[in-house]
Structure formats: C-alpha cells, structure tokens
Design a protein around this ligand. Structure first.
Ligand code: FNR
Length: 378
C-alpha cells in the first residue's frame, strides 16, 4: 500500500516496479556475460518463452461486491509461516550481479519475512547466509553430491544454521545446452565462482590433495563431477532422510507420474518447475503441466510452482491452478543487480503489493478462494 500511495502520490520509486523493465535495464548495469547467464534459457529459448505464454493463456475473471477490503495473504508451507505465498527461488552465483550477493538477498527477504531458498551454488557460505538472514525463514536447496560424507556434512551444516526445509533439485544433474553461455565461453563455476558452499566444507576439502586456495581448477572439477552425471534413481531418495530430519521437497517435477512417485517416496513437497526454461529446450511450459499434477496428487503433498512468475496476477493464476505457493526467480536477481539489498526488497514489495491489489480487485479475500473458477482459458 505504501508503494501504491507513494507512486500515485507522485513519488517515483528508485527502480521500476515492472519486472520486464527491470530485466531490460539490468542489461545496462551488468557485464554482458553475467546478464546473459541470468536472462538466458536453454537452446532456442522456446521453453523460457513458453513459460510466459502459458500465463498469458489464462485470464482472471474478477468478481464484484465480495467484501475483499481486507485480504488474508499469509500462509504456512511445511511448517514455515510466510506473509504471502511467495518464496525466493534458489539462484546460484549471485556475486556475478552484485558484490553483496546472497547476503543482500537474505537481508531483504528476512526484512519482509519472505522465505529464501539458498542455493548450493551460492557465492556465500551457508553460515554467512544464515547470519545475514537473522530470524528470517530459510530453506536450503541441494545439488546432491554423490559422496555421502560430503552430502551429510553440507546438510548437517545447513540444519545447524537454521535451514528448515530441504529442496532437492533433480533437473540439473548436468547443465543444459545454453548457446549464449557457450558462445561467450562463460560458465561462472569454472572460474571458481559459486563454490562457497563446497569450498568451505570440511568433508569436501578432505578429499582434495591441495586446498582450493592453492588449486582452484582441480577443486572445481572435483565438485562438478560430484554433483553431475550420477546414476541415481527413485530408490536413492531414502538416503536423504538419513541426513535430513526436516521436510524434503523435490524441485524440477514436470511429469504427472513423477509427481505421483514423489508422493509414493514419502516426500513432503514438490516444486513444479522447469528451471526457468534453462534445462530442456522444447519442454512444456511449467504452468501448462501444473493443473494435472495438482489434481493427481491432491493434498497428499505440498505443490509449489516456479518458472515465469513476474506479477501479482501470475501468482494468483498459479494458485488458482493448484499451487500452494510460488518461487520467484530472475526478477529478484535484477533487483539485486540494480540496488543490492534495497533492490531485492523493492522487487519483493512490488510483487507482494501487486498480488494484494490484484486479489482485492478480482474479488478474492482469502487464498483458499482461489480455484480454477477464478480463471478462464483464453
Ligand atoms: C537458477 N535456478 C536454480 N535452481 C536451483 O535449484 N539451484 C540453483 O543454483 C539455481 N541457479 C539459478 C541461477 C540463475 C541465474 C537462474 C535464472 C535460475 C532456477 C531457479 O531456482 C528457478 O527455478 C527459476 O529461476 C524460475 O524461473 P524464473 O522465475 O526465473 O522464470
């Protein structure tokens, strides 16, 4: 409301409140390779664009005289209370867009009580993100190392640092085909960026002949080989329970049968996600597959959603199609690029305010009111 009143009162915000404009202007403030790395998708970009087009195909149908003057946006997901059904998606190597990186993101998220999902590929260590986060809610995203000691050590650190829920990303067991980055010869990890979690881990360091400070390339390759190309299948999931006593969520689910398997495997949640279109070019839009998955799993598992969320209306649509909450990806990174902690906070406040107003004007007082009846397919 503050942003709204200020804006219509004539005060201009420091950065645009429009996520698309922020992306355009991020191209001006970032190094070209860093911008392409964040903004790019796999292959031709077909899936990344499809993610947006899928949102455009659903339209809200507003209701009148519903007494939506006071909205209730707060919710609880897997024991984590949040002011609105929005979390920050795990995004690695934030140091390529701003020197304050994940610490700035953590402070901004904590200031608003929005949960941050910290990436394994962060440029900041687990303990430092936790410190920046203070009392803020925090989840930890895992790129699952094949070495069980290293996996156990990282997860024990995350647990000790107050991360409550584990998000295991399944769709990135090898990196997608990304022509922008290939053409630019740019992969931040090969430059030793985004390695803070691994390089600060005692169990990982023990495996190395020389510490990463003395031989970064070898340490990076050792880490990459540990988190890629593994031959795991669904039977490996119970191993995670040995290292994590909190809720576990599988990220990257797109097929309805995989969603069912996640339920059968006793998982607590899934993130219906195609990694923002960065992995399988030509894959279905994430929003396209959401309704069938939500219907198939019912309330046996928490269904979260990401890939393409940019506005308050997008959040509403994903919720109406069966998600309990959404993860916001690239937009907050553009906020970080423009203004560090303030930039992330600005983006988050804008999305939350937009969501609140869109709820109000479309006549929904409670999140539970959001069903497919709120939408029409164009
Ligand atoms: C990501 N994503 C991601 N996911 C993950 O599980 N671990 C990670 O380290 C990263 N890193 C990462 C870096 C960058 C630059 C981007 C853009 C994305 C995927 C992320 O969590 C999320 O699924 C998508 O960003 C959602 O799509 P939108 O909102 O960006 O369209």
């Amino acid at each position: 409301n503050e942003l709204y009143l200020q804006g219509y009162g004539g005060a201009k915000p420091p950065f645009s409140t429009d996520a698309t404009k922020l992306e355009d202007s991020a191209a001006q403030v970032l190094e070209p390779e860093a911008f392409s790395y964040v903004a790019g998708g796999a292959g031709s970009g077909a899936t990344m664009h499809a993610n947006r087009e899928a949102f455009d195909r659903w339209k809200l149908v507003p209701r009148m005289l519903t007494d939506a003057t006071e909205r209730e946006l707060a919710t609880t997901v897997l024991g984590t209370p949040m002011p609105a059904p929005v979390l920050l998606a795990p995004i690695g190597v934030q140091s390529i867009v701003h020197p304050d990186a994940e610490s700035a993101t953590a402070r901004a998220a904590a200031a608003l009580g929005v949960p941050m999902v910290m990436s394994t590929a962060s440029s900041t260590s687990i303990e430092d993100v936790a410190q920046a986060s203070g009392d803020g809610p925090r989840w930890f995203q895992l790129y699952w190392p094949s070495d069980s000691d290293v996996c156990g050590s990282i997860l024990a650190r995350a647990r000790a640092a107050g991360f409550s829920t584990l998000v295991v990303t399944l769709d990135t067991w090898t990196l997608g085909w990304r022509p922008c980055d290939l053409d630019a010869g740019y992969l931040p990890f090969l430059r030793g960026l985004g390695m803070a979690v691994a390089f600060s881990d005692p169990a990982f360091r023990q495996l190395l002949e020389k510490p990463p400070e003395e031989d970064t390339p070898t340490a990076v390759l050792r880490w990459i080989s540990m988190i890629t190309g593994t031959d795991r299948d669904w039977s490996a999931l119970p191993l995670l329970r040995e290292h994590w006593d909190g809720p576990i969520v599988l990220k990257g689910i797109q097929h309805v049968d995989d969603a069912r398997r996640a339920v059968d495997a006793g998982m607590d949640g899934i993130v219906v996600s195609n990694h923002g279109g960065r992995q399988v070019d030509g894959a279905a839009a994430s929003l396209e597959v959401l309704p069938e998955i939500a219907t198939a799993v019912g309330d046996r598992i928490e269904v979260l959603f990401d890939s393409g969320v940019r506005t308050g209306a997008d959040v509403l649509k994903a919720l109406a199609l069966g998600a309990k909450a959404v993860l916001l990806g690239r937009p907050y990174v553009y906020g970080l690029a423009h203004g560090g902690e303030d930039g992330v906070r600005h983006v988050l406040r804008s999305v939350l305010a937009d969501l609140d107003l869109t709820m109000a004007l479309s006549g929904h007082r409670r999140l539970a009111d959001l069903t497919a009846a709120a939408l029409r397919r164009a």
